[in-house]
Design a protein around this ligand. Structure first.
Ligand code: FAD
Length: 389
């Protein structure tokens, strides 16, 4: 790989791919905070903020956003290289719901005022977002949600409960699906609201998971007043946007980052355990590696569609299924190769990068969140294969 001659161009798309890779690698190695390399679990904002702000200062927070809104407008191939280099180095996932979910939604459906007020705040790390979709009785059947918002003058009054709100205790904004018409067909009475988390009447309660980590929360709304200007799109037309946002989420969850990270660790673990030359290890590693290459190619096709400003077809569900199941298969292989180390709840001795059980536990919920894989398969059956419901 050659070094880049001179200063890189402002539009990094102009760099040849190998130079771009080198440029990213150098940047990460020079700037990534060592203390949060290869974190064994999802970090809180207080822990990953430094990296978020470093990316913000570099202009690298939003690889897929248009340049006019502070994004990098990177080609799909370069977005994958960026992901690969971040994963190769063990960079933490940040509190990125602003970047990967609500930002793209506002770019598509927000008013000019909403774009102007919310998009820069995401890129400056002022607004940290969480997702208020799921409720105790509305997960897979999301349209059954009951948190209601009633218009009172120029405010909505919100009452109800959300749950499984990832990093809700870190966020200062939440995007909410709320019921604004109780009589209409269930998909037709839903609206999309942007709510400051410090509004009076909001209570956040952390939920401790299997990993003894308070990664998600329950969020309660008791007569919370939200300016009507914080409605995105039209009242009662929120379902279309809810689905569009799930499409962005599925692209994000279908990105090869988790599998690429886990496969790197499987390679290291094979070396550490002295099995990397064994035929059975090489056989299983090669299969996983080829599947990862297929996933990357598929991912690129959807990123390219987004870049062209096209809608996402229902078959984007396939991407999320393939990614999450590949990640789980790699994490199963990690446990197998780890032998007696598989039971450790901490990284292996002498190597913080290797934490097979941590990766295994992280891989378990991937087939549930963002819409379970059974639901993704139902979507494909109904909307792509035209099978009877
Ligand atoms: C780690 C994690 C983070 C999350 N973060 C967020 C967040 O930030 N914000 C948010 O709003 N939500 C979040 N969620 C919630 C997530 O979206 C829901 O868990 C998911 O949609 C499934 O809903 P549920 O848990 O209510 O399960 P249920 O809907 O009760 O489903 C239970 C089981 O039944 C299956 N099932 C249900 N209906 C059908 C059907 N029609 N056909 C076949 N099988 C079916 C499901 O596949 C699943 O296996 C998170 C979840 C997890 C695990």
């Amino acid at each position: 790989m050659n070094a880049i001659a001179g200063t890189p161009p402002e539009d990094l798309n102009l760099l040849p791919d190998h130079e771009f890779r080198l440029h990213v690698r150098r940047f990460v190695e020079a700037n990534y905070p060592a203390e949060i390399r290869n974190p064994p679990k999802r970090l809180h904002w207080s822990e990953n903020k430094a990296w978020y702000m470093i990316l913000a200062a570099q202009g690298w927070l939003a690889p897929g956003w248009p340049r006019e809104w502070g994004g990098m407008a990177l080609s799909p191939t370069k977005q994958i290289i960026l992901i690969e280099e971040f994963e190769r180095y063990g960079c933490a996932r940040t509190n990125d719901m602003g970047i990967v979910m609500i930002g793209p939604l506002l770019l598509k459906y927000g008013t000019p005022e909403q774009k102007k007020s919310f998009l820069p705040a995401i890129l400056q790390g002022e607004h940290v977002w969480c997702q208020g979709y799921s409720e105790p009785n509305a997960g897979s059947d999301l349209a059954s949600l009951r948190t209601e918002a009633v218009l009172d003058g120029d405010h909505y009054v919100v009452n109800g409960q959300k749950t499984w709100t990832t990093l809700g205790s870190d966020a200062n904004w939440i995007f909410l699906l709320v019921r604004t018409d109780k009589v209409a067909k269930k998909q037709e009475g839903i609206s999309f609201l942007l709510v400051p988390m410090d509004s009076p009447g909001i209570t956040v309660r952390p939920i401790v998971n299997l990993d003894l980590h308070d990664e998600f929360c329950e969020v309660f709304f008791d007569n919370v007043r939200v300016p009507a200007a914080n409605l995105v799109g039209e009242a009662n037309k929120g379902w279309t946007m809810a689905k569009a946002l799930l499409g962005f989420e599925r692209i994000h969850l279908g990105s090869p980052k988790q599998s690429a990270y886990a496969l790197q660790r499987l390679r290291q673990l094979g070396e550490r355990m002295g099995v990397s030359e064994d035929a059975s290890f090489q056989d299983s590693f090669s299969r996983l590696w080829l599947d990862l290459e297929d996933l990357k190619a598929l991912y690129e096709t959807y990123v390219e569609r987004l870049r062209r400003g096209e809608g996402l077809p229902p078959d984007v569900s396939m991407l999320k299924v393939i990614q999450s199941e590949l990640f789980q298969r790699i994490s199963d292989a990690l446990l197998e190769v780890a032998g007696e180390n598989a039971g450790l709840l901490e990284p292996m001795d002498g190597n913080r990068d290797l934490h097979p059980a941590g990766i295994f536990i992280n891989a378990r919920p991937t087939t549930i969140y963002g819409g379970s894989n059974e639901i993704q398969r139902n979507i494909i059956a109904k909307n792509v294969l035209d099978l009877p419901g």
